[in-house]
Write a protein that binds this ligand. Structure first.
Ligand SMILES: Nc1ncnc2c1ncn2[C@@H]1O[C@H](COP(=O)(O)OP(=O)(O)OP(=O)(O)O)[C@@H](O)[C@H]1O
Ligand SMILES: C[C@@](O)(CCOP(=O)(O)O)CC(=O)O
Length: 197
């Protein structure tokens, strides 16, 4: 009963490197569609929640964009991988539990197993989106290369194994995000309308 899924009309699964702007771009999509139509699902949400509880940490800071979470990232990755090894869909199931909007935006796929879970549960509805930025831009947003993180599956698991349905370039000199997101927003609005019929 707890794992019962309500069927979404469209599932947009986002991935991208640290500080590429996954949260920024997915929030923009939600803003354009409205929270009644579109929810943001973070696979790292239930992971951080459980990790914060077990380690007595500040969950809001772990969920935010600041430097706090970076102190714990390597250990959170190991912690999450222990669970993922037993059950690759563990965090996908938790993150989608109770989602009732017609459009789901998953903000942080990192591994092929994340995408495979959505493709297998929602084969007709799932589309993949990559957010990309240069290392220089990511550095300006606070990224520093960290061995064991930036060269591990958490950051590289989707580097070459997937042909994304869309690639969004999140750079000041790229076309505006609204322009790049237009086909996605059009599709999402159509999908939301079909949910009303
Ligand atoms: N197009 C943009 N314009 C202005 N600020 C941006 C833009 N894209 C990202 N940022 C800012 O850069 C920082 C990193 O972006 P964001 O948190 O969305 O990246 P992320 O890919 O979710 O990162 P991580 O997974 O490492 O937390 C945030 O402070 C965000 O507000
Ligand atoms: C531990 C982890 O979930 C942290 C994700 O943090 P964020 O999405 O970059 O804020 C990464 C992972 O699961 O490999």
């Amino acid at each position: 009963m707890g794992d019962q899924l309500s069927e979404p009309r469209l599932v947009l699964v986002f991935s991208g490197k640290r500080k590429s702007g996954k949260d920024y771009v997915t929030h923009l999509i939600q803003e354009r569609l409205g929270p009644d139509v579109c929810c943001i699902l973070r696979l790292s949400g239930p992971l951080k929640q459980q990790y914060a509880q077990e380690h007595n940490l500040n969950l809001d800071q772990l969920l935010g964009p600041g430097p706090y979470k970076e102190q714990y990232r390597a250990d959170m990755i190991c912690w999450g991988e222990t669970r993922r090894c037993q059950d690759p869909g563990f965090f996908c199931r938790l993150a989608t539990r109770g989602a009732s909007q017609p459009i789901w935006v998953v903000s942080d796929a990192r591994r092929l197993s994340d995408l495979q879970w959505f493709w297998s549960k929602f084969p007709q509805q799932t589309l993949s989106v990559r957010v990309q930025s240069t290392e220089k831009t990511r550095e300006q947003r606070g990224w520093r290369f960290t061995a064991g993180v930036d060269d591990a599956e958490s950051e590289c698991g989707l580097d070459s194994s997937v042909e994304f349905d869309w690639i969004i370039t999140n750079e000041a000199d790229a076309p505006s995000l609204d322009e790049q997101l237009q086909p996605i927003l059009t599709l999402a609005k159509e999908a939301a309308r079909s949910a009303d019929l």
